[in-house]
Design a protein around this ligand. Structure first.
Ligand code: GLU
Length: 304
């Protein structure tokens, strides 16, 4: 497969398209990002690694961090994690409150905000120093000791995070949050503020394309079965109420964030990260989805 040629061809086409999306200005700091950024990076399990455009610039990974927090919590507590969060697509926006009451405070899945907040609660109960331990896990999986949170973005989100505050308090009232909501939310905003480049994201997600083992040194981060489950959740729940559309158009498990990043994984083959900050009405990167749709069409390969 000539990935280089395909990446360049798709990049050229996507660059020429007008982006109909909008920046995620509800987090004030994300409104200051250059809307025209466009980067992509591909990393394969055979050590091929190529990026184009703004692939080496940091982006706010936002909800993509929820994959790392889920992996860490799953590794620590095992199958009992599914008593606290379900594994069903929500069919609702990422910050929706509506299903929680009917579901008794058990969020539909770990990738909607409600579910990610419960995962943060689990980690706070289990870890001595949650922020540092979480960062150490992401640095380990990425082979990159330099990764950092962005305090400015975390503070910016905290200043307007009313819906997440509401979600956390509501779940607490229904008995599915053990720790203080302020503590849980502080951790949640912090992990969403993690900054990574497309290159770092593609490399960090490669273990999910490699049966749970890091490609660099073979270290097992998750078992094969656990990896299957994380990928299944990304496939069914990784794009909020557009997860069906992403499966339909792209055909790979993945996760998006409101910073405009998307990472997708092709098991046994590659992981690919795309960044374009303008979002479609469902909160997923407009050009990011377009890029990945064209990429899997051109490579004629997807999990389907
Ligand atoms: N920090 C964001 C929020 O809670 C994450 C949302 C996302 O990236 O989808 O609103």
């Amino acid at each position: 497969m000539n990935y280089k040629e395909i990446l360049e061809k798709v990049m050229q086409r996507v660059r020429a398209e007008e982006s109909l999306g909008k920046l995620a200005t509800y987090i004030p700091e994300l409104g200051n990002v250059n809307p025209d950024k466009l980067g992509v990076h591909l990393a394969t399990v055979n050590n091929f690694d190529l990026g184009i455009g703004d692939n080496q610039e940091k982006l706010s990974i936002q909800s993509i961090a929820k994959v790392f927090s889920l992996c860490l919590a799953y590794k620590m507590v095992g199958e009992s994690i599914w008593k606290r969060v379900d594994v069903e697509p929500s069919g609702n926006p990422f910050n929706s409150l509506v299903q929680l009451e009917a579901d008794n405070g058990i969020p539909r899945n770990p990738f909607i905000n409600a579910g990610a907040i419960v995962i943060c609660d689990i980690l706070i109960s289990k870890l001595e120093t949650p922020k540092a331990d979480f960062l150490a896990f992401v640095r380990d999986v990425s082979d990159n000791p330099k990764l950092e949170f962005c305090q400015k973005i975390a503070d910016s989100e905290k200043s307007i995070g009313y819906r997440n505050v509401a979600l956390c308090n509501f779940i607490k009232s229904l008995g599915n949050i053990e720790n203080k909501p302020e503590e849980v939310l502080d951790f949640y905003f912090c992990l969403c503020s993690l900054e990574m480049t497309c290159q770092e994201l593609a490399k960090a997600f490669l273990f999910l394309a490699n049966g749970g083992k890091k490609v660099s040194d073979g270290k097992e981060m998750l078992t094969k079965s656990e990896t299957k489950r994380i990928n299944a959740l990304m496939q069914t729940c990784g794009f909020y109420d557009e997860s069906g559309e992403f499966a339909f158009e792209v055909g790979l498990p993945g996760k998006s964030g409101v910073g405009g990043g998307i990472v997708a994984v092709y098991p046994n083959n590659y992981s690919i990260a795309v960044w374009s900050p303008k979002l479609n009405p469902k909160g997923n990167s407009y050009k990011g989805m377009m890029f990945l749709e064209m990429f899997t069409t051109e490579t004629e390969a997807s999990i389907f």
